[in-house]
Design a protein around this ligand. Structure first.
Ligand code: UD1
Ligand code: CA
Length: 466
């Protein structure tokens, strides 16, 4: 069993370069705010407690995570990373060790955090700094080493030309012995180019006190992508998107052209499902085995059973059982529940509607606020008239009913089992079981009418038809 540690996530920075009214850490990558990834990694790595230092947009950040077990501390003026950690002193008192993470670096893995904590304990260090060697270290703090020991971290802006040659950089993630870091922080000054209290200066101070500072080098510098502007936001989105899609490919999902697809981090996909180009899978979407999804398609917060076929459609907040066929060009709005073998065809809109097994709505219909039984056929162009200008009303269609083309069902109304609505009917009252309902003007044929009319207008001479 690992000992307890508390994770402190620094997230008070201004994020000026985002040019945004939204706090930086709430900008989304693969469907989740940036900060969520760091929170998840910290939890997975074994953090017993999580403290988030907030400043800019603090209220919005707190509100977003109100349901979660997080302690927020406020850093009202952003005077540097060292100053940020100082604000957390009271909040972390219970733990002998803390892990410091950055709220704007969502690619860090729980494995790396856990590895750092283990290494810190093996080494019996006062401080462990996560580092990586990168081809272009511009902008990062450089690691100044003597063998295994880290003597100092030099910020890019404060570094000499020789120090700037160092390729090993400070990731901005650390493990500290709690009491030692706060006594060292008390000695940090802001006599540097940025006039900030650098957390990194703790390294030098601990060395002066003959405490051990070590580096935990990670091999994949991709984990260290930070987000400071929209360009970096897009870069991280791209990288994370690749990782997510590669993961699903490893689980047996085919992506015909992965670069054209978007799959959010919480989405799940069953094996042997084939995803065509241009498919967007968002939110808590869960797709079963052996499905075919042909883009352009957007599926959001929807559960789809096995062996479904979705073609060029939009589906939001709905549930589909197995062997359902959707599209092309369907719009399934929130609250739809389709049982197995349902078919919803081209140019059909469904909203808040339950559809029983084997029922077909093949063409050009609107079905809203309805409950449909099994094995019903809804003809082309049928409209469920659910709205009277003030309220929405329900329509019930029972098993085996047949609704003829271009009918209007004026809700609230019930079409009983096995009944038949003649094409072009406007149904305003209940249709009894096994009955035929015809609700349209009766056709009348007036024989010879065209000739009589022509004679009257043209006096017997045939017009040219123009
Ligand atoms: C920091 C490190 C640098 C490292 C880099 C890795 C310092 C002095 N330097 O630099 O060595 O290579 O991270 O990305 O620590 N923050 C606050 N309050 C503040 C200032 C910052 O909460 O007053 C938060 C920011 O929101 C951010 C994190 O701390 O999440 C890092 O701050 P940032 O200003 O980005 O530090 P860097 O200059 O990138
Ligand atoms: Ca940064």
């Amino acid at each position: 069993m690992m000992e307890d540690f508390t994770a402190v996530i620094l997230a008070a920075g201004e994020g000026t370069r985002m040019k945004s009214d939204i706090p930086k850490v709430l900008h989304k990558v693969c469907g989740q705010p940036i900060l969520t990834y760091t929170l998840q990694a910290a939890r997975q790595a074994g953090a017993q407690k999580i403290v988030v230092v907030v400043g800019n947009g603090a209220d919005k950040v707190k509100e977003y995570y109100a349901q979660e077990n997080i302690e927020f501390v406020l850093q009202s003026d952003q005077k540097g990373t060292g100053h940020a950690l100082m604000q957390a002193e009271n909040a972390v008192k219970g733990s002998s060790q803390i892990v410091v993470l950055c709220g704007d670096m969502p690619m860090v893995t729980s494995d790396s955090i856990e590895g750092m904590v283990k290494f810190h304990r093996q080494q019996k260090a006062a401080c462990t700094v996560m580092t990586a060697k990168v081809p272009d270290p511009t902008g990062y703090g450089r690691i100044i080493r003597e063998g295994n020991k880290v003597l100092d971290i030099r910020e890019h802006k404060d570094a000499t030309p020789e120090e700037r040659e160092i390729k090993e950089i400070n990731a901005g993630f650390y493990c500290f012995d709690t009491s030692l870091v706060f006594s060292a922080l008390a000695k940090v000054k802001n006599d540097n180019i940025q006039g900030e209290y650098y957390l990194t200066d703790v390294v030098k101070i601990l060395n002066q006190e003959e405490k051990l500072v070590v580096a935990f080098e990670i091999k994949n510098p991709d984990e260290l992508h930070g987000i400071n502007d929209r360009r970096q936001l897009a870069q991280v989105q791209k990288l994370m998107q690749q990782q997510i899609i590669e993961y699903w490919m490893e689980q047996g999902v085919t992506f015909i052209n992965p670069d054209t697809c978007m799959v959010d981090s919480d989405v799940q996909i069953g094996r042997d499902t084939v995803i065509y180009p241009g498919v967007i899978l968002e939110g808590k979407t869960k797709i079963g085995k052996g499905c075919t999804i042909i883009g352009p398609c957007r599926i959001k917060d929807t559960v789809i059973g096995d062996f479904c076929e979705i073609v060029m459609s939009q589906i939001d907040d709905s549930e589909l059982d197995e062997n359902v066929k959707i599209g092309p060009y369907c719009n399934l709005r929130p609250g739809c529940k389709l049982s197995s073998k349902v078919k919803v065809g081209d140019f059909v809109e469904l909203k808040n509607t339950k559809v029983g097994e084997g029922t077909k709505i093949p063409h050009l219909s609107y079905v809203g606020d309805a409950v449909l039984g099994k094995h019903i056929n809804i003809g082309a162009g049928v409209i469920f008239v659910n709205y009277d200008g003030y309220k929405k009303h329900q329509t019930v269609v029972e098993d085996d009913a047949f609704i003829g083309c271009n009918s209007n069902l004026i809700a609230p109304v019930t079409i009983k089992a096995g009944s038949f609505v003649a094409a072009g009917s406007t149904i305003t009252k209940e249709v009894p079981e096994n009955a035929l309902a015809i609700a349209r003007a009766r056709q009348e044929n007036k024989l010879g009418w065209v000739i009589k009319r022509r004679n009257k207008i043209e006096g017997g001479t045939k017009g040219d038809g123009k």
